[in-house]
Design a protein around this ligand. Structure first.
Ligand code: KIV
Length: 258
């Protein structure tokens, strides 16, 4: 495992992207990404659920196994789905199942509210990545994907969360759609790296859902993402070309007489 705290100290930015399958994981790994996350965003961008709350442990484990086959260099982190870490005992049991599936670290959503679970996981010797700010598994209670840290009390709660997860043994913390100035403050007051998503430039690293980065989920793109590719357009173009070729009888053969 790379020394991510050392990278923070040196000011070397940490890069992280999601993967849910073997080819994507292998391509990202070969590109030199530092961290690959099997995120439970899987539920939305791969499985077609409306949010992440329907993702099951079996689905996450199956995709983690596929990703693990494609990763050689990057740190492989897996998301623990909702209701698989309700108690410290359950959290450790779930984390161990991810390690058996090939993950090198696990992530769950929550700060001070989940310190006992985080401590149990890190004391079991499993590296842990925290996730605070907007918590997608709570989107129904929250009534949407809302920016965090706008009020004084929200900002104080976020800083308390960041300190708590560091103390509980997390090696890094994801800050999801946190006001940029609060993300900067958190980055300055904790020793572990902050990995931002929609939280501004001052975080120690950045993470994105790969489908957003490469334009593979064209029906919704978060405001903070500037896609680097238009893969959905390429799929449509290739499919249309295949349909036209097939319908016009222009089909290649593998046999020598053709
Ligand atoms: O599920 C996920 O992909 C995530 C990232 C957005 C941080 O948790």
């Amino acid at each position: 495992m790379k020394d991510f705290c050392e990278m923070k100290r040196r000011g070397q930015k940490i890069t992280a992207l999601t993967a849910y399958d073997y080819p994507t994981a292998r391509l990202l790994d070969e590109s030199g990404i530092d961290i690959i996350l099997v995120g439970d965003s899987l539920g939305m961008v791969v499985l077609g659920y409306p949010d992440t709350t329907r993702v099951t442990l079996d689905e996450m484990l199956s995709h983690t196994r596929a990703v693990a086959r494609g990763v050689k260099e990057a740190l492989l982190v897996a998301d623990m789905p909702i209701h698989t870490y309700d108690t410290p005992e359950q959290a450790v049991k779930t984390a161990k199942r991810f390690v058996d599936a090939g993950a090198q670290a696990v992530k769950l959503e929550g700060g001070t509210s989940h310190v006992t679970q985080i401590e149990a996981i890190t004391q079991a010797g499993i590296p842990f990545m925290a996730h605070i700010g907007m918590l997608p598994q709570s989107v129904r209670e929250e009534g949407g994907y809302k920016v965090k840290g706008r009020t004084q009390s929200e900002a104080e709660a976020l800083i308390a969360d960041a300190r708590a997860v560091e103390k509980a043994g997390a090696f890094s913390v994801v800050l999801e759609i946190v006001v940029a100035d609060i993300a900067k403050q958190i980055t300055n007051v904790i020793g572990i790296p902050t990995i931002g998503i929609g939280s501004g430039e001052h975080c120690d690293g950045q993470i994105l859902v790969t489908h957003d980065l490469i334009g593979l989920f064209p029906w919704f793109t978060p405001k903070f993402v500037s896609p680097e590719a238009r893969v959905a357009d390429e799929i449509r173009r290739a499919a249309t070309a295949f349909i036209e070729r097939t319908r016009s009888g222009n089909v290649l053969s593998n046999s020598a007489d053709k």
